[in-house]
Design a protein around this ligand. Structure first.
Ligand SMILES: Nc1ncnc2c1ncn2[C@@H]1O[C@H](COP(=O)(O)OP(=O)(O)OP(=O)(O)O)[C@@H](O)[C@H]1O
Ligand SMILES: [Mg+2]
Length: 324
C-alpha cells in the first residue's frame, strides 16, 4: 500500500528584508518555491550548506514561520484555511527539536515542569502527568530524579534528551529536528540519534531531520532532500542519492565527507568557491558559478526538477549526460 502523505510543502517561498549599511532594504530569498512531501512513518533528511534555507524550511513546515506564498498541508488540509482550534492541534502534533535545546527550556523552571507542560495543557491530572512523564523519561533514557533540577545543571546530551522528552509529551505525530546533534560531542551524537530512531518506532512518529552531516542522514533517513541557495536541487531515496547521485552539487557534498572518498577524482569534485549570497541568487541554474560542468544553457535557463528513477529527482540540465 502506498504510504499516505502526512505533511507537505507546496511551492513555499520565503524572503527576508535585510537592511544594509546604506540603509536601503534588500530582499534575501531563503526559500525559492520549495515543494516536498513527508509520508506517514517516513524519516526525511534535509541537507545542504550553511545558509541554504534548511532551518527556514523546518520552521515554516512546523508552523513557526509564515511563508510569503505557498502552502503547508497537514493530512491534506491547507494550514491557511483552518481555524484556531485546528491550528492548535497541528502545532501540538508537529513538534520541533532544536540544535540547542537549552534555548527552548525556561532556565528558571524545573525540567520536570517544562517537560510536563504539554501534558498539563492536554488536561491530564497531576497523577496522570507524573505517570506519563515517567514513561517518556524512561524511553529517552533520563533518570526520573532529574525532574526536580534546572536546565543549567545538565550536559548538552542530557538537555537534548529533555528537549526530546518535552516534544514527546505533546503526543506528536511529526518530529522536526533541526541539527539535533551538531552541538554535541561525537560520542553523544550517536546516542541521541539512536534515541530518535527508537522514539520514532515507539511513538509511531514521522520525522524530518535537518543536518549538514550527510553520513548521519544516510544512516537514519528513508529519503534525502538536497538544498542549494533556497531551492531543492535533488531528492530521492537515501541510499540512491548516495550511490547514484544526479546533481553535481550533491556529488560535491559527498566528495567532501571526510574519509568517504579520497581519490584524485573526488578531490576534483570538491566545491571551490564560497557559497554566493542569498541576496543575489545566480541566474539560470543557481549552482552554475560553482559547477565544473556548467555550459551556456546553465547560465541562461533555470533547470526544472526531473524524475530520473522512481522517486529520485534532480534539477540539472546535464543530469542525464553526466550520470546516465
Ligand atoms: N530572521 C532572519 N532574518 C534575515 N535573514 C534570515 C533570517 N533567517 C534566516 N535568514 C537568512 O536566510 C537564509 C537561510 O537561512 P537558514 O537559517 O534557513 O539556513 P540554514 O540552511 O539553516 O543554515 P545553517 O546550516 O547555518 O543553519 C540565510 O541567508 C540566512 O542568513
Ligand atoms: Mg539552520
Amino acid at each position: 500500500m502506498k504510504p499516505s502523505v502526512l505533511l507537505s510543502a507546496v511551492d513555499l517561498h520565503k524572503t527576508f528584508k535585510i537592511s544594509t549599511h546604506t540603509r536601503s532594504t534588500r530582499v534575501l530569498t531563503a526559500l525559492d518555491h520549495v515543494s516536498l512531501q513527508l509520508a506517514t512513518g517516513e524519516t526525511l533528511g534535509i541537507a545542504g550548506e550553511s545558509g541554504c534555507g534548511k532551518s527556514t524550511l523546518a520552521k515554516v513546515m512546523a508552523g513557526l514561520l509564515a511563508p510569503d506564498s505557498g502552502n503547508v498541508l497537514y493530512k491534506g488540509t491547507n494550514l491557511n484555511q483552518i481555524g484556531k482550534e485546528d491550528w492548535k492541534v497541528f502545532r501540538r502534533k508537529t513538534q520541533m527539536i532544536f540544535q540547542d535545546p537549552f534555548s527552548s527550556l525556561n532556565p528558571r523552571m524545573r525540567v520536570g515542569d517544562s517537560m510536563a507542560e504539554p501534558l498539563k495543557i492536554a488536561g491530564l491530572s497531576v497523577h496522570q502527568q507524573r505517570s506519563e512523564l515517567g514513561r517518556i523519561m524512561t524511553a529517552v533514557g533520563l533518570p526520573t530524579d532529574v525532574a526536580d533540577r534546572f536546565p543549567d545543571e545538565f550536559s548538552g546530551g542530557q538537555r537534548q534528551r529533555i528537549g526530546i522528552a518535552r516534544a514527546l509529551a505533546a503526543a506528536p505525530d511529526i518530529l522536526i529536528a533541526d541539527e539535533p546533534v551538531s552541538s554535541l560531542d561525537i560520542s553523544i551524537q550517536a546516542q541521541i540519534i539512536n534515541i530518535l530512531l527508537q522514539m520514532k518506532t515507539e511513538f509511531s512518529l514521522s520525522m524530518m531531520i535537518v543536518s549538514h552531516n550527510l553520513l548521519v542522514l544516510r544512516h537514519i533517513c528513508d529519503r534525502i532532500i538536497i538544498m542549494y541557495l533556497g531551492a531543492v536541487v535533488e531528492s530521492g531515496p537515501a541510499s540512491e542519492v548516495f550511490s547514484r547521485c544526479r546533481h553535481p552539487y550533491t556529488e560535491a557534498l559527498i566528495a567532501a565527507i571526510p574519509g568517504f572518498q579520497t581519490s584524485t577524482e573526488a578531490k576534483n569534485k570538491l566545491l571551490q568557491d564560497d557559497l554566493p549570497s542569498a541576496l543575489s541568487i545566480p541566474f539560470g541554474c543557481r549552482f552554475h558559478p560553482r559547477c565544473r560542468h556548467a555550459i551556456e544553457r546553465c547560465r541562461q535557463e533555470v533547470p526544472e526538477s526531473e524524475e530520473h528513477a522512481h522517486g529520485h529527482s534532480a534539477a540539472c540540465h546535464l543530469s542525464s549526460h553526466l550520470y546516465g
